[in-house]
Design a binder for this molecule. Structure first.
Ligand code: ADP
Ligand code: ASP
Ligand code: MG
Length: 235
């Protein structure tokens, strides 16, 4: 069937293409940027696509939360620090859903726990043990967009745990895997992966293609652009 005569799938139609997108802190850094992210999503929804979107906390919000905790106590309790840090992503998911609704796109936000992320109890560096996609899939039968809070899950006790700084990338890749999506697209403030940090080294070259091993090496050497576990998971 050619593109013109193909029927536009209804949201909830299991045949509708499913995308998994992730927007980092800069992309959702203020309300204007959140509106722009919403517009980009809206254009794809208008084509009949379904999207599962993960977002980071706004701008440097996570750093701000950590600083507040450290102002209170030199070595904050890791469980409480996780409960605090996870709120950054929860705020951006709700704000993005509101921005989508303002553009007449139906969308629902979920915390990591609601989205089925089960983790170990190593607070601050928790590992994903399982992603149960059933709630996300259920939501997608009634709305075209589900927005999942990145960087977090719940332990077997039901406590909130975070995945390590930069962990929203891992949330996105794990969601794509659990949903059987063909791709996982990560939007950030650079237009690709470079040989080294393009903000520090202006002559850094953009890589057209980067394989998993090279990317893992870059990430492990500290290239912030992708969380090492996201690369490991993707591979
Ligand atoms: P996000 O909030 O979107 O996850 P991050 O700040 O975590 O964004 O990661 C993007 C940043 O990673 C870029 O702004 C860039 O300064 C830095 N970076 C470090 N190494 C690289 C690299 N090799 N290629 C691209 N960006 C890199
Ligand atoms: N907000 C978290 C951080 O700043 C997670 C992320 O952005 O991926 O580390
Ligand atoms: Mg990051």
């Amino acid at each position: 069937m050619d593109e013109v005569s193909a029927p536009i799938p209804e949201p909830g139609d299991a045949a509708a293409p499913l995308r998994v997108w992730k927007f980092g802190g800069t992309s959702v850094g203020d309300l204007d940027r959140i509106r722009k992210v919403a517009s980009r999503i809206a254009r794809h929804v208008a084509r009949g696509e379904r999207l599962v979107v993960t977002v980071s906390a706004m701008g440097r919000e996570t750093d701000r939360l950590v600083r507040m905790a450290r102002d209170l106590v030199a070595r904050p309790d890791r469980r409480e620090l996780d409960a605090l840090m996870a709120t950054g992503e929860q705020r951006s998911t709700a704000l993005l859903c509101l921005a989508l609704q303002a553009q007449d796109v139906r969308a629902r936000s979920l915390t990591g726990g609601q989205a089925g992320f089960h983790t170990s109890d190593l607070h601050g560096e928790a590992r994903i043990l399982e992603v149960d996609p059933s709630r996300v899939l259920e939501e997608l039968t009634s709305v075209p967009v589900v927005v999942v809070a990145g960087f977090q899950g719940v332990t077997k006790n039901g406590d909130v745990a975070t995945l390590g700084r930069g962990g929203s990338d891992t949330t996105a890749v794990a969601l794509a895997a659990a949903l059987g999506a063909e791709e996982c697209e990560i939007f950030t403030d650079t237009d690709g992966v470079y040989t080294t940090d393009p903000h520090l080294v202006p002559r850094a070259a953009r890589l057209d293609v980067v394989d998993y091993d090279e990317m893992l090496e870059l990430a492990q050497l500290g290239a912030q652009v992708l969380h090492p576990r996201a690369v490991w998971y993707a591979r």
